[in-house]
Design a protein around this ligand. Structure first.
Ligand SMILES: [Mg+2]
Length: 219
C-alpha cells in the first residue's frame, strides 16, 4: 500500500528554466561584467568549472561557494530575485499534485539548496500542499544520489520503502538510487542509455512522459 509520493522539484514540478537562468545566465553575466569578457566566454569558463565538480558533489548546489570562488560581489538572494518572474510550473503539476493531495502524504525531495526550493514553492502556490519539503543538500548535507538520503527521508516520514513512490527527471538520482532500495520510482521524460544504471540493484527504468501519467499509475 502506497502512502507517500515523493517529488523531485526542478524539472519535475517546476520548470528547470529558473535554475538554469540563475546558474547559466546570472552567474556568467556577473562574471563577464566583473572581468571584462564576453558573456559567451564567461559562460564556457563557468560551465567547465561546474563540470569539474559535477552534480554528484554537494558543492555543485552551493551557490555561495561559487560566488565566493569567482569573487563575485552579487549575493545569492539578489541573483535568485532577479529571475523570480521566470519561475513556472511544469505542465499538469498543479492538477496532479492537488488530485493526489487527499490520498497520499506528499513530499518534496530536492537536491537544490533551500533558498531555491523556498523561492520556487512560494511563487508557484505549491508550498501548502506538501507535508514535508526536504533540500537534500541544505537539510541533510548530502546529495540525493546517496542511498542514505532515501533511508533518512523514509525514516523521518515513518514510511517503509515499499510505501513510497518517487518521481523525478534525473535517471540516477530519481530512479536508479531509490528503485535500488525498493522504492517504486518513475523517471520523467527519459531517454535511456545516456548515463547507464549506477546501482546494481536498480530495476529497468520506469519511464513516464509527464506527471499526468502518475494519475493512471496510482489508480
Ligand atoms: Mg530534477
Amino acid at each position: 500500500m502506497k502512502k507517500v509520493i515523493s517529488f523531485d522539484l526542478d524539472g519535475t514540478l517546476v520548470d528547470g528554466r529558473y535554475g538554469d537562468l540563475v546558474w547559466n545566465h546570472g552567474i556568467p553575466g556577473e562574471y563577464a561584467r566583473t572581468y571584462g569578457m564576453t558573456f559567451e566566454d564567461a559562460k564556457a569558463l563557468i560551465r567547465s568549472e561546474y563540470e569539474s565538480v559535477g552534480d554528484g558533489d554537494i558543492l555543485w548546489y552551493e551557490i555561495d561557494y561559487w560566488l565566493k570562488k569567482f569573487s563575485l560581489k552579487v549575493s545569492a538572494a539578489e541573483l535568485l530575485n532577479r529571475y523570480t518572474g521566470e519561475i513556472a510550473l511544469m505542465p499538469d503539476a498543479f492538477g496532479v499534485v492537488t488530485s493526489l493531495y487527499d490520498r497520499y502524504t506528499l513530499v518534496i525531495a530536492s537536491n537544490a539548496a533551500r533558498i531555491f526550493v523556498e523561492k520556487e514553492l512560494a511563487h508557484t502556490g505549491l508550498a501548502g500542499l506538501f507535508s514535508r519539503v526536504v533540500s537534500a543538500t541544505t537539510d541533510y548535507g548530502m546529495v540525493k544520489k546517496q542511498e542514505a538520503f532515501f533511508h533518512k527521508l523514509c525514516r523521518e516520514l515513518g514510511a517503509s520503502f515499499e510505501e513510497v513512490v518517487h518521481v523525478g527527471d534525473h535517471p540516477v538520482f530519481d530512479h536508479d538510487v531509490p528503485s535500488g532500495l525498493g522504492i517504486e520510482s518513475y523517471y520523467i521524460n527519459g531517454i535511456d542509455g545516456i548515463d547507464g544504471c549506477d546501482c546494481e540493484a536498480a530495476l529497468p527504468r520506469r519511464k513516464i512522459s509527464g506527471l499526468k501519467d502518475l494519475l493512471e499509475l496510482l489508480k
